[in-house]
Design a protein around this ligand. Structure first.
Ligand code: PEP
Ligand code: MG
Length: 361
């Protein structure tokens, strides 16, 4: 069991006394959440929900949903996933004991949940009773040339609102269950991925509020929740004022923001990055340490425009850079409210946040 003890715990205590930035963790499993808390995380800054869809108990229903011919069919399949999804959130909220939990709605393109090779298709068909020909056809239909720029993120929520409705309902129902049990009431922060446009944010905000309001009325519980967005596209950063009209918080998704600002695939950068670093064109791997000139400019612009539209907009970072000391120092300078990183990087982030605060004095 990871735990901070002795001199290390004392040092961390000193760091906590001087740092201004809050430190959260990216966590989606109970184990991640427990580890995060043992390392001193002050909340979950990013709970990616896609991993929950891959779970053995629900992947069959997820595939059934993707194969459905119409909305009614998708809703039938989603109803099978809903109780599991609610249980996921009850578990996380319980572990986090009232600390903030940012839950990001489904992000990856749907074809990622389907088998692609003939062999895998056959295996899935046998295991689930789903039609092999239909599985193969749907996988082909959903194929995209540039999936990272494709039908993913909130674009799924716009084309298939029933998916996000199920998730929002599960989040609120879970939060109500905890609140009713007398435990510390969670404050869910519902986060939409890959948003770029004010109208998109408005559509998602309306969807979220409509479902949340219905659940709170059904449950007879008065519970606070917030709605926000990832900032992971240059357009989102530039139009942050439009987004802030309907978003109470921004979380900088610097993995995608680096990818889209540089126009370099985050998955394939390794193929040529070495040459760029050797030749001094890149000082460091921009996917590890924030590109403070380019991506950093966009973060500054987004913070400024977001705050102009909504002075109390909460600002955080949840890309890999949130656990990198040099990037954390930049986050301090821009005045973000928190950084969120992998649970095992939380102690480093606490120290780096303290160093950044001292350097600014
Ligand atoms: C990001 O893009 O920085 C992010 C945190 O989301 P993901 O890594 O899941 O795309
Ligand atoms: Mg992303």
């Amino acid at each position: 069991e990871p735990e901070l003890t002795g001199d290390f715990a004392t040092l961390m205590g000193w760091a906590d006394q001087v740092r201004r930035l809050k430190v959260r963790a990216n966590a989606e499993t109970p184990l991640d959440a427990k580890t995060a808390r043992q390392f001193g995380a002050e909340g979950i800054g990013l709970c990616r929900t896609e991993h929950m869809f891959f779970d053995d108990t629900r992947i069959a229903a997820v595939r059934e949903m993707i194969l459905a011919d119409d909305e009614a069919g998708r809703r039938t399949a989603l109803a099978k996933i809903a109780p599991f999804q609610k249980a996921d959130f009850v578990e996380l909220f319980t572990i986090m004991e009232g600390l903030p939990v940012t839950i990001r709605l489904l992000d990856p393109p749907l074809h990622e949940f389907l088998p692609h090779t003939e062999e895998d298709v056959q295996a899935v068909a046998v295991a689930t009773g789903l039609d092999a020909a239909k599985l193969l056809r749907r996988a082909k239909e959903l194929h995209e040339t540039n999936p990272m720029l494709g039908h993913r993120g909130c674009r799924l929520g716009v084309s298939y609102p029933e998916i996000y409705e199920m998730q929002v309902r599960a989040i609120l129902e879970a939060a109500c269950e905890i609140a009713k049990s007398g435990k510390a009431a969670p404050v869910p922060e519902i986060m939409h991925p890959l948003v770029a446009k004010g109208e998109e944010m408005k559509y998602l905000r309306d969807l979220t509020d409509r479902v949340a309001k219905a659940v709170l009325a059904e449950q007879g519980v008065d519970l606070k929740y917030t709605v926000g967005t990832m900032i992971e596209l240059p357009r989102a950063a530039l139009r942050a004022g439009d987004l802030a009209a309907n978003a109470e918080f921004f979380s900088f998704g610097t993995n995608d923001l680096t990818q889209t600002t540089f126009g370099i695939s985050r998955d394939d950068a390794g193929k040529f990055l070495g040459a760029y670093i050797d030749k001094g064109i890149f000082e460091k791997d921009p996917f590890v340490s924030l590109d403070q000139d380019g991506v950093g400019d966009l973060i500054r612009i987004a913070a400024e425009r977001g705050r102009a539209a909504r002075p109390d907009v909460k600002l955080g970072i949840c890309g890999e850079h949130g656990g990198d000391p040099a990037s954390i120092s930049f986050c301090e300078k821009v005045g973000l409210d928190y950084v969120s990183c992998s649970p095992y990087r939380v102690p480093i982030a606490r120290l780096a946040a303290a160093q950044a605060a001292l350097a600014g004095k």
